[in-house]
Design a protein around this ligand. Structure first.
Ligand code: PMP
Length: 752
């Protein structure tokens, strides 16, 4: 305080210290003269080159004040005729105080948005005319061109959901903006066109302050920065974006290459601010100013990820009257190639299939600009396009990608990590490239180990698309186009107790009797294979005691028990990491696939050393791609993310919330006859007049898709709506899903 007083004694004024204006790294004071005139005193540490840059800034402000049709701060001379006063390694300036209401205290109306867009452009028009001087050399981490300099600050962010979105946008920016940024049109820009630097009356921008962050950078950054703040309070983000962009474009015509990166530039500003405020908060927990916009940005970031980048681009092009090339041609071509070069049993989902363009976490974006909430795809377990998965792939593929005939650390690292999730007797792993390859290999292992041929399977089960896979999949070989049961395959009825004349006891008893009967007939099991919750059977949880009774019996006859965890594994069930744990059984062999690589093709078979030893009968086991270093890095990263983002816990919480909400809906719509499953692996069985509602389920699925929510149907009668989203699915997503489901059920009720 003494030092500041010393500065102030050089000016002919009294002063008043205002804490509320204290900023990040500079100190600001409001100074009022006896006759009521107000000024801002800015005091900064004098670092190398700073005095020159302050001088330049003052020069620019003095130029701008006469050119711009709203007020800006500009400096006043001290008694020595200087704009800057240097004392004790500090530099002080006095600027005229701009009066008015901050934009931050208002929710912008259309006129204000319009005025904001044109004010940014008008400011840039003038800033482009000034001699940039030393400011061109300023290297600022808040300059979007340097966005990636901030990535190290991500670790200050505590909230898991916020952190993953921030990382995603860093990754997207790095890939799709950084390489182009330096080629965008440059100008001196304000670089902090935010809600606490702009003053507004009811319809116009009336003032702009704080030019301390000015840099020479891409001109469009100022639009992106202002939009990032303006859209925080938007009711309709695209509509408001259009208003601001249109207004800006009337004064400076924007180019398509600028509009192409605007979506990510806006995200870029949000994440710069969020990581810096997280750092600031960690260092100064009591400074309220630091996180002044963080809450708003956090909420906007969650909305931003729900905006299809193509949809945003289309809006921006429309605002600037730039022709957006229709996707129809592209879509026709994709469709034609599919017809020309693929068998027609390569099926597509939905009556009107979707042309996908990109995806992020639990959202998928189509070519038309729509965003789908993905309540269905279980493969992207930790989320579509997770930045850490992308990083693992791209980092490793640049270093080494080879096969298991060489030593490399990634194989062992991954195996150690993966096996740490299993009971200790399951200590060997074989890596392959798909669930089908895993089930095929598992059956080979079982047959080799037991020297038997017979396999027991559940009806409606699906385990893979290879010859063996189809043979052990009742869901395929017993349906349309299938060749029926092979000689060594034996079915047990799926123990589905809902809407069945049989209870769990019956199914257990029936299965045990069958095993005994087979045994007497010399049909001795090599293995029994089942999923802990039957996915293709229609999300049917096996009743308690079912697996334990059968495992015991099978083992007593020397057979092996195989748990297919391709769909149920990796924490999806919430209460347990593996489905077999839910049933308190110890399988001999476990199959892994689908989510294991978050979409990267990995399959694995986990078994005991005894089984692996028997398999070592002289024939080499080799898979060209199984266990390659890239796959291993990815697989390990999936496990790391599951842990760091606590996704199993979230699956449990969100899954329970989802089931509770569905039960509420069930009161209103009895057609939602059964809600079952565990964690984020849920089935909704549809009945119509107490019979399987195949037609209704199909209508609901398609209606939901038309409302941009992805689900699927399955089960013996294809009347079960399947719900098994990426594990980052949150409570808001559940609310939205239920809202749309209700809407679809209402529509169906009206028609019927
Ligand atoms: N087992 C189960 C339970 C499955 O759901 C699937 C795939 N739907 C497979 C095995 C086969 O996996 P993939 O498609 O990767 O070959």
């Amino acid at each position: 305080m003494d030092q500041i007083e010393k500065f102030l004694s050089q000016y002919p004024f009294d002063f008043e210290h205002l804490d509320s204006l204290v900023g990040y790294d500079s100190q600001n004071f409001k100074v009022t003269t006896i006759d009521g005139q107000a000024f801002v005193l800015k005091v900064d540490q004098l670092t190398v080159g700073f005095a020159d840059s302050v001088k330049k800034e003052n020069e620019i402000l003095l130029y701008l004040k006469d050119k711009i049709d709203f007020q800006i701060t500009y400096p006043i001379k001290n008694i020595h005729g200087k704009f800057e006063t240097i004392v004790d390694n500090k530099i002080a300036r006095l600027l005229y105080f701009v009066h008015g209401e901050f934009w931050g205290d208002q929710i912008l109306n259309n006129d204000q948005l319009n005025s904001l867009g044109s004010s940014i452009a008008k400011t840039i028009i003038e800033l482009r005319k000034v001699d940039v001087g030393i400011i061109a050399l300023k290297d600022q981490s808040w300059d979007l061109i340097n966005l990636m300099d901030n990535i190290g600050l991500v670790n200050f962010v505590q909230d898991i959901e916020e952190k993953r979105l921030i990382l995603y946008f860093f990754d997207q920016y790095h890939q799709f903006v950084s390489p182009h940024h330096k080629y965008l049109r440059k100008s001196l820009i304000h670089n902090d066109f935010n809600n606490w630097n702009v003053l507004m009356d009811k319809s116009h921008v009336i003032g702009l302050i704080d030019f301390g962050d000015m840099v020479y950078s891409a001109m469009i950054n100022d639009l992106a920065i202002a939009m990032s703040y303006a859209l925080c309070t938007s009711k309709d983000i695209l509509e408001d974006s259009k208003t601001i962009i249109t207004a800006f474009n009337k004064i400076i015509a924007l180019k398509s290459e600028e509009l192409d990166v605007l979506y990510l530039l806006i995200a870029g500003r949000m994440i710069t601010s969020l990581v810096n405020s997280a750092k600031g908060k960690a260092e100064n927990p009591d400074n309220e100013y630091i996180s002044v916009n963080a809450k708003l940005y956090k909420a906007l970031l969650k909305k931003w990820i729900q905006i299809n980048p193509i949809g945003f681009k289309k809006t921006a092009y429309e605002a600037c009257d730039i022709q957006y090339n229709s996707n129809e041609q592209q879509k026709n071509k994709i469709d034609q190639i599919r017809t020309d070069h693929f068998g027609s049993n390569l099926s597509l989902s939905y009556e009107e299939p979707i042309f996908m363009s990109s995806s992020a976490f639990q959202y998928m974006y189509d070519l038309d600009g729509n965003t789908y909430l993905d309540a269905y795809n279980n493969i992207p377990l930790v989320g579509h396009s997770h930045p850490l998965i992308s990083k693992a792939i791209s980092d490793q593929v640049r270093i080494l990608n080879t096969n298991t005939r060489y030593h490399y650390t990634e194989l062992g690292d991954y195996a150690n990590k993966l096996l740490s999730f299993f009971p200790s007797h399951l200590n060997k792993v074989f890596f392959v490239n798909s669930g089908s390859a895993a089930s095929d290999l598992a059956i080979r292992l079982a047959k080799t180990h037991t020297q038997r041929e017979d396999i027991y399977v559940l009806e409606e089960g699906y385990h893979g698309n290879t010859q063996t896979g189809i043979q052990i999949s009742h869901y395929k070989h017993s349906k349309k186009g299938g060749n029926g049961r092979s000689k060594n395959i034996h079915h047990f009825p799926l123990p589905k107790t809902f809407n069945s004349e049989h209870d769990a006891e019956y199914f257990i008893d029936d299965a045990l009797k069958r095993i005994d009967k087979y045994y007497k007939e010399k049909i001795i099991p090599a293995a029994f294979i089942a999923e802990p919750i039957s996915g293709c059977g229609g999300q049917v949880p096996l009743p308690p005691s079912y697996l334990s009774s059968i495992y015991e019996k099978i083992k007593s006859y020397g057979g092996l028990c195989v748990s297919d965890e391709v769909q149920t594994g990796f924490g999806r069930l919430g209460s347990h990491f593996w489905g077999f744990e839910m049933h308190n059984v110890l399988p001999d062999i476990v199959l892994l696939g689908k989510p294991i690589g978050n979409g990267h093709p990995i399959g694995a078979v986990v078994c005991s050393s005894e089984i692996a030893d028997s398999f070592d009968n002289g024939m080499e086991f080799f898979s060209s791609f199984g266990g390659n270093p890239v796959s291993c890095r990815v697989g390990k990263e999936v496990l790391n993310i599951l842990e760091s983002e606590q996704l199993q816990r979230r699956a449990k919480e969100v899954g329970q919330y989802w089931k509770d909400e569905l039960h509420k809906l069930q009161q209103e719509f009895p057609l939602l006859a059964d809600i079952r499953g565990s964690g984020l692996f849920i089935g909704i069985e549809i009945l119509e007049d107490n019979k399987p509602g195949t037609r209704l389920a199909n209508r609901i699925k398609n209606k939901m898709k038309n409302n941009f929510v992805l689900t699927s149907t399955d089960g013996k009668y294809n009347n079960v709506i399947k719900v098994k989203p990426p594990l980052c699915f949150n409570e808001d997503n559940v609310d939205h899903f239920c809202l749309i489901l209700k809407k679809c059920c209402d529509e169906i009720k009206e028609v019927n």
